[in-house]
Ligand binder design. Structure first.
Ligand SMILES: Cc1cc2nc3c(=O)[nH]c(=O)nc-3n(C[C@H](O)[C@H](O)[C@H](O)COP(=O)(O)OP(=O)(O)OC[C@H]3O[C@@H](n4cnc5c(N)ncnc54)[C@H](O)[C@@H]3O)c2cc1C
Length: 376
């Protein structure tokens, strides 16, 4: 077996999770390797719509509220920092998220949601239809009310992942591409590295950030994460432009802008295992979303359509931190499901705390792998 190197940390998986964690760790002066079976940033983080922003979700709080809030402030910093370091903008911006109401029932649900978000400290404001159209002229003329969450942002997730990978590499992270990790290396019950075929990388910590494949890495250290397929499309945006992420109360889907004027419309949720495909049904659903959420786009040219595999956990929250089936050396960082970009820089910050032996800046009890062990 060829020994490729000894590191403080080896990260398995070069999506947004692995690349952001590698960047944060190398900034702390650690020796880091990142291994991907493919080229980095080609899976869920490539396919993602990239809507982010602080959000309270009662069934997922306090983790969700805390990670989405911290991630927003970290993205504000990373936006400038990564530009200074790489000369590339990550494609981050926008004036918030708008959830629109087209009738009285939808308006009532928006008013309730505005109060609930504000009660949990998330900036949120209920707007009249007129106020909403003033903020976003592309909205349909019949809009009655809207929930405005001013901290919502769009992010070009594929550009972000490629850029932070570049920055991490520049700072000294060794990135091994086209190298599937085939096994974990053990000394007793401690994890001490990874094998990639006949190559070995040793490390004090191995971080599993392998997305929808995270549960397949080792036959003993299982995690019931599954691929949740999503189809998504890009259209030429409206002539008046778009500055907000747009949703509609009571309707599926969203529209989110890009700095170059395109808009993304997403997304389907298909349970097809690891197969990726574009289907007529998927395209039809995306067409319905356009008509229900932002009908001014119905005549806009279709520019692209693609799909990706969300790393879906049984409760929608990731597994973060150590695994009690080991005697150390192994950290989970996978299973962010449909909102990984919203939670990403905060996840990387928490992992960095754990590697450095500090108390995690967001408590991880709610997201430990332990909650799945009895059933997996
Ligand atoms: C259509 C769609 C829309 C989305 N929209 C949003 C959104 O608006 N907002 C939001 O917050 N989130 C969104 N998400 C979810 C978000 O994109 C994901 O949660 C996030 O990208 C997951 O990142 P990751 O790094 O964990 O996984 P991935 O990006 O999938 O990366 C995992 C990496 O692990 C590598 N890997 C796997 N197995 C191995 C192995 N054995 N050895 C080496 N490498 C391996 C893979 O090649 C891959 O590069 C969306 C996802 C999809 C698909």
């Amino acid at each position: 077996m060829a020994h490729l190197g000894t590191y403080d940390v080896v990260i398995v998986g070069g999506g947004a999770c692995g690349c952001t964690t590698a960047y944060f760790l190398v900034n702390e002066g650690l020796q880091v390797a990142l291994v991907d079976k493919n080229t980095v940033g080609q899976e869920a983080s490539w396919a993602s719509a990239g809507m982010i922003g602080p959000t309270s979700a009662p069934s997922a709080n306090p983790w969700y509220l805390q990670t989405t809030s911290l991630s927003k402030s970290l993205y504000d910093t990373l936006n400038e920092q990564l530009y200074d370091e790489t000369g590339r903008w990550i494609g981050y911006g926008g004036d918030g998220a708008l959830t629109i109401a087209m009738d009285e029932r939808e308006a009532q649900s928006i008013a309730l949601e505005a109060s609930a978000q504000a009660a949990d400290g998330v900036p949120a404001e209920a707007l009249t239809g007129e106020e909403a159209r003033k903020r976003e002229p592309a909205l349909p003329s019949g809009v009655q009310a809207a929930l405005w969450m001013p901290e919502g942002r769009f992010l070009d997730a594929r550009n972000y992942t490629a850029t932070i990978a570049t920055a991490a590499r520049q700072k000294g992270v060794d990135i091994y591409e086209g190298q599937p990790v085939t096994a974990l290396q053990r000394e007793g019950d401690r994890i001490t590295g990874v094998q990639c075929g006949s190559d070995l990388l040793s490390a004090d910590y191995v971080i599993n950030a392998a997305g929808a494949w995270a549960g397949k890495l080792d036959p003993i250290l299982t995690f019931p994460v599954r691929p949740l397929h999503g189809q998504i499309m890009a259209l030429e945006g409206p002539p008046c432009g778009l500055r907000h992420n747009i949703m509609r109360a009571g309707a599926w889907g969203y529209v989110t802008p890009r700095p170059d004027g395109r808009v993304l419309v997403g997304a389907t949720e298909d349970e097809w295992g690891f197969q990726k495909k574009i289907t007529a049904d998927g395209m039809a659903l995306l067409g319905v979303i356009v008509r229900q959420v932002l009908p001014c786009l119905t005549d806009c040219p279709l520019l692209d359509i693609w799909s990706g595999l969300r790393p879906a956990s049984p409760d929608g929250l990731p597994a973060i931190g150590p695994d009690p089936r080991t005697e150390g050396g192994y950290l989970w960082a996978a299973g962010h499901t449909a909102s990984g970009m919203m939670q990403m820089p905060a996840t990387a910050a928490v992992l960095t705390d754990l590697v450095l032996g500090k108390a995690p800046r967001i408590p991880i009890d709610q997201v430990r792998i332990n909650r799945f062990l009895a059933s997996s």
